[in-house]
Design a protein around this ligand. Structure first.
Ligand code: PEP
Ligand code: MG
Length: 447
């Protein structure tokens, strides 16, 4: 830790979203301070996070949570620094206490003054300037640094304008359930789906959008659907499992809306979440084909997220059926390591670059490549420069990255020579581990 912060009260958590910000802290129950603040909370749901007023919330630090939770995915997408699993001490901070939130290091330095405050503020300024320069370099260089196609995740329609000014080729993950946060009663309404996709296509023009069908369940419950309580919702009726159990009110209205937009010229791909077996994919694809034919819509590529280990290990069974594959590193890590994404007690054990995860990614890439099936990765790992370099070295030809992370990832991939890829691949498949690979890749690529 920087010597300047030794006199600060430092709360150690886990890095959620990268970034550095200096501001007073506030809990939601405290009186609102003037200007921007760092929100401290016991935990935030994905819906809470999507609803944050970003003109006021500069970042957040939660006592609980986990680094690959959906809350953090939303924070990533919105581009606000976040630290999670920092313990209950952060809840006792006096409202208004000036803090530096270190999203990279997973730290909250509280009670800054004098030289520490100056250093913290200077770091925030320098980081903003570095990001601006990287953004310009990425824009000038285009969307495929080192031959890896970059696309972006998407959280709020308000981000569409930013997308068109970014180096992304399109939207690689439109997590549709997040579009309905706060208005879940519309989630079964074809007209509501149609409006969202139609408007988005209008906003992004020619850019391709990979739309993930509703991934409900896990830490994204939808009370309006009156689903039964599950003991272990992440291992329960989630994603495609739910969609296939309720085709009439979930899958078909959504597919109808999507094919109507495709018929109007929208460049879409449709991706199914939480697929375990080929049978699930072929059933979903058959429903999609039926909808398409009825609407006389054009074909759109149909693919699956590789996020259940069974799908990853039996990916050779999938490659003859799917048009594309996208690895969901958040869930793949959770399921491979048997460590919940949302349990703060395990937050430090979630190692998205664990050798087992790397070997699984390599297996998927080594199977998809020769079969001619395009493979990308769209979990949170792709949004870190080190994670992106490892995923590309293991064979992902496309990466879906949050908009704010795109310039730094772009820079890392630009530095990825063939020799560097070979070296990183070797290291990832033998030793692995986030701590080791972070040091290795950072040094190798000069990040
Ligand atoms: C993933 O699991 O990596 C992913 C992209 O999907 P989500 O985080 O929405 O589950
Ligand atoms: Mg997932």
């Amino acid at each position: 830790m920087n010597r300047l912060f030794v006199n600060a009260e430092t709360h150690r958590g886990v890095s959620g979203t990268r970034g550095w910000v200096v501001a007073p802290v506030r809990r939601l129950s405290d009186p609102a301070p003037q200007g921007r603040y760092i929100l401290v909370a016991e935990d935030l749901t994905p819906a809470d996070t999507a609803g944050l007023d970003l003109t006021l919330v500069a970042g957040f630090c939660t006592a609980g949570g986990g680094p690959t939770s959906h809350t953090v995915q939303v924070a990533h997408g919105l581009g606000i620094p976040a630290v999670v699993a920092a313990g209950t001490g952060v809840l006792t901070l006096q409202p208004g206490t000036l803090c530096a939130l270190d999203g990279d290091g997973g730290l909250l330095h509280a009670g800054l003054d004098g030289p520490a405050l100056q250093a913290a503020t200077a770091r925030e300024r320098e980081q903003g300037e570095r990001d601006r320069l990287r953004h310009e370099a990425a824009l000038a260089a285009g969307p495929a640094p080192g031959g890896v196609t970059l696309s972006t995740t998407f959280v709020k329609p308000a981000q569409a304008a930013q997308l068109t000014r970014s180096a992304a080729s399109g939207i690689g993950l439109l997590a549709t359930e997040l579009l309905f946060l706060g208005r879940e009663h519309e989630i079964t309404d074809e007209a509501a789906h149609h409006r969202v996709y139609r408007d988005l296509v209008r906003m992004v023009g020619d850019a391709e959008i990979t739309v993930r069908t509703l991934d409900i369940g896990g830490d994204k419950p939808v009370p309006a659907l009156h689903l039964p309580q599950e003991d272990n919702s992440f291992l329960g009726v989630r994603g495609i499992r739910l969609a296939l159990r309720r085709p009439d009110d979930l899958l078909i209205p959504q597919l109808r809306a999507l094919y109507r937009v495709a018929a109007g010229g929208g460049r879409l791909r449709i991706m199914f979440p939480m697929v375990t077996t080929v049978g699930e994919f072929t059933r979903a694809a058959a429903i999609a084909e039926d909808v398409r034919v009825r609407l006389r819509a054009p074909r759109v590529p149909l693919g699956v997220m590789v996020e259940v280990p069974a799908c990853a290990l039996a990916v050779d069974h999938f490659v003859d059926h799917v048009d594309f594959l996208s690895i969901g590193t958040n869930d793949l890590t959770q399921y491979l390591l048997a460590a919940s994404r949302t349990n703060p007690a395990l937050a430090r054990d979630i190692d998205p670059l664990h050798v087992a995860v790397n070997r699984t990614v390599a297996h998927v890439a080594d199977t998809a490549g020769p079969a001619g099936v395009p493979l990308s990765a769209c979990g949170g790992l792709a949004a870190s420069p080190v994670g992106a370099a490892v995923l590309a070295s293991l064979g992902a030809g496309g990466l879906t990255v949050t908009l704010p992370a795109l310039p730094a990832v772009h820079e890392a991939l630009t530095r990825l020579s063939e020799d560097a890829r070979q070296a990183i691949r070797h290291e990832a498949l033998t030793t692995g581990g986030t701590a080791h690979l972070t040091q290795y890749v950072t040094t190798l690529l000069g990040l």
